[in-house]
Design a protein. Structure first.
Ligand code: AMP
Ligand code: GLY
Length: 421
């Protein structure tokens, strides 16, 4: 198949890698891709979605896969479908599950899906009043997309009020903060669960854990994610079943009732509190770096799963996973997550070790290529992935690979998967 992938991160690289590993002669295109996806296929630079759909038609692209939330919330799926193209991802209407936290919370409440107690409001008085009824910490969330920065965990009532005021006045997030959610803090352990959905049916992937903070021991600022592993032993079959029955099924049925069938990846951010899964939030795409560790665990065809999901035929296939574990360690550039960093040449040691060769690989994100040389170009640069028969083995292998990657200012956590070890 000719397949177009939207996005530029290691998430998209890892999807491409899994598809190419099928050795089925697929030809890949990326919009925009990065300095390493240019080795996997053709990077495009067509920002306008109507023009991109024309390109896809003229070049007989048979399947488009959307990585990040931005194009989904902007309605790229609707535009491609209007042009008769097959595309994997939710419509603009269904992408509201991520694009608006107010929509998401009200949806959860309407369909009785367990979530943190909350108020949704644009009134500063109401927000203050509700926050006074909560004990600290208090969670304050901007309604719209804020590049992962729109959630404040306030340690005091006063801090909560400052966050509420700054959001509602437009000071912190502009229009995205015009409405806020104020909610109770849930104390438990966090999971990332992913259901690949076709509107009616779904495939639940092995549960993963992300590491959002920049530094070891979950210290430092929040990031997009500094590492992940799967499957996590923190989830047993009973918990998977609760998530199926209490979250995924009612969400698919509810979205159908709302007239916005959910096709695409339903990413459920879960807090497990006293053994019960509570939905923190939805995203409508794969997590990054979670995708990078889930893709290599899939032993059945990844491209076929996306194709069947995009054409409402998931019930026709069986998706299979390896019995192994995967651990991914993110390497970020010097100034991440605060700002950009000077491009730094990436030097990769030659691999002489069979174990590293066989059980590890790299998925690339913030990299550019000039004259055949790969540069770290800011943000999260790459993810070293290790596979193994235990989490420890996978983790040790991922870190062995990290030791063979060099660039000025490289930053990584040394404790990925600690919760499982
Ligand atoms: P979000 O942007 O909604 O993913 O939130 C970012 C992070 O904030 C989540 O991954 C959680 O770690 C944390 N968080 C969000 N809501 C809550 C809550 N009600 N209780 C505790 N932590 C939360
Ligand atoms: N790793 C979390 C996210 O992609 O939002």
């Amino acid at each position: 198949m000719k397949i177009l992938i939207l996005g530029s991160g290691a998430r998209e690289y890892s999807i491409a890698r899994a598809i190419l590993n099928e050795n089925a002669g697929h030809e890949l295109f990326f919009m925009p891709g990065n300095g390493a996806t240019s080795e996997q296929g053709t990077n495009l630079n067509i920002k306008d979605y109507d023009s991109l759909a024309q390109y896809a038609k003229q070049n007989n692209i048979e399947l488009t896969i959307v990585g990040p939330e931005g194009p989904l919330v902007d309605g790229v799926v609707d535009i491609f479908k209007k042009n008769g193209l097959v595309i994997f991802g939710p419509s603009k209407a269904a992408a509201q599950l991520e694009g608006s936290k107010v929509y998401m919370k009200n949806f959860l409440a309407k369909y009785k899906i367990p979530t943190a107690r909350y108020i949704e409001t644009s009134s500063i008085e109401d927000a203050f009043k509700f926050s006074n009824t909560l004990s600290t910490p208090i969670v304050v969330k901007a309604d719209g997309l804020c590049g992962g920065k729109g959630v404040i965990i306030a340690q005091t009532h006063n801090e909560a009020k400052v966050a509420i005021s700054e959001m509602l006045s437009g000071k912190s997030f502009g229009d995205a903060g015009k409405s806020v959610i104020v909610e109770e803090f849930l104390d438990g352990y966090e999971l990332s669960m992913f259901a690949v959905c076709d509107g009616d049916d779904y495939i639940l992937l092995p549960a993963a854990q992300d590491h959002k903070r920049l530094k070891d021991n979950d210290e430092g600022p929040n990031t997009g994610g500094m590492g992940a592993y799967a499957p996590t032993p923190l989830v047993d079959e009973a918990l998977y079943q609760k998530v199926r029955d209490r979250v995924i099924r009612p969400t698919l049925d509810g979205m159908n009732k709302e007239g916005a069938p959910f096709e695409g990846v339903l990413f459920i951010g879960i807090m497990v509190v006293n053994g019960e899964p509570i939905t923190l939030e939805f995203n409508v795409r794969f997590g990054d770096p979670e995708c990078e560790i889930l893709m290599p665990l899939m032993t059945s065809s990844v491209s076929d799963m996306f194709l069947k999901a995009a054409t409402n035929r998931l019930s026709e296939i069986k998706v299979e996973f390896s019995k192994q574990y995967a651990v991914g360690v993110v390497m970020a550039s010097e100034n991440y997550p605060y700002g950009s960093s000077k491009p730094a040449e990436i030097i990769l040691d030659d691999i002489h070790h069979e174990e590293i060769e066989k059980y590890t690989h790299i998925s690339y994100a913030g990299v550019s290529k000039e004259d055949g040389i790969l540069y770290a170009d800011g943000g999260r640069v790459l993810v070293c992935v290790g596979l193994g028969d235990s989490i420890k083995e996978a983790r040790d292998r991922a870190y062995l690979r990290c030791g063979q990657v060099h660039f000025a200012g490289k930053k990584l956590r040394t404790d990925i998967a600690y919760q499982a070890l």
